[in-house]
Each structure stands twice: as structure tokens, then as C-alpha cells.
Design a protein around this ligand. Sequence first.
Ligand SMILES: [Zn+2]
Ligand SMILES: [Zn+2]
Ligand SMILES: [Zn+2]
Length: 183
Amino acid sequence: MTRPHDPAHDPVPHAAHDGDCTACAAPDAAFSRHDHAACSADVLARAEVLSRASGARLTPVRRRALEILLAAHRAVGAYDVLQQLAADGFGNQPPVAYRALDFLVEQGFAHRVDRLNAFVACMHPGEAHAPAFLICRTCHAVAEAPASAVRSALDKAAVTVGFQVERASIEAMGLCPQCQVAA
Ligand SMILES: [Zn+2]
Ligand SMILES: [Zn+2]
Ligand SMILES: [Zn+2]
């Protein structure tokens, strides 16, 4: 049985790998030089293992949408994903891109970046994590910073006013190191 999975609130164990997560080891990868071919291949491989384990169908169009998001540590709008899918012969009907992106978000393979109305590949698929998204307003690079302390502070603040948090997205806009230098 498959079910929607919110990694922030529905943690699953380190099932897909032996625990040495490259993204955990280098949370600043989005903002620094690194072997991105290896980094993106590692994340794609983990998504494939997780899909096989859960029975979720990583169809060619869904896989290609994930590859498009994994091309860089950047948020990509649904329209741009659609353009690239169309160029690859998957058709140019908007639902094609939206359905593929919905699948990736449900499976925890991608995150929605509300402030940019865009999507970014999750660099920790299958791991329990409560990230804060650090979003560069110039180049749209996005890093997932560990933010469990921020989450628990938010939960505490909510409890004091009797509010029950069901989902929260912590997003910070700013400038990445490269764009700070360029500015
Ligand atoms: Zn990378
Ligand atoms: Zn993530
Ligand atoms: Zn930037």
C-alpha cells in the first residue's frame, strides 16, 4: 500500500542507504562547489530504492521530472519542468508536469517552495528531516538547513495559544554566498 508521505511529520528510517547521507554530511552543498553529478546520482538512486520498497511507481515521466529538479540545487517552476518534459517528448499538457510533481512531493522526493511557487528536489529522500529552506532570491539556489530546533520552538509557541500545527514550511529568502560576492 502506498500513502502520501510527509517526511517532516511521518519519519521513516534510513531504509535506502547505510546512513552516510552525503546531503547530511554537506548541508551547504547547494551553495558550494562539489561533485554534483555524484550528488544527484546518489539522490536519484535513493529515490529508486525507496520507490521499489514502497511500491510507488517511478514512471519514466516522474523519474525525468526528478532528474530535471536534480539538475541543480535550484527551485524550478512547474512551467519550466513542463517545458523540459515537452522537449523530451512527454507532451506539453500542464497536467503532465503537475501530476509528476505532485507524485514527487507526496513521496518526499521533492519539496514545494511556496515563496517561489516552485519545486526543489529533496536531498534527503526517505529520511526524517524538518528542514528550513534557505532560498537565494537572485539565483534561486535552495539549501535545506536542519531546523528541528526551529520546529519545536514553533510547536511550543502554537501550544501556548492552543493551536495544533498540522504542517509548517519554514522558508527564508536572502542571498547565497556567490550572489553576496556578486552584489
Ligand atoms: Zn549537488
Ligand atoms: Zn528534504
Ligand atoms: Zn544565489
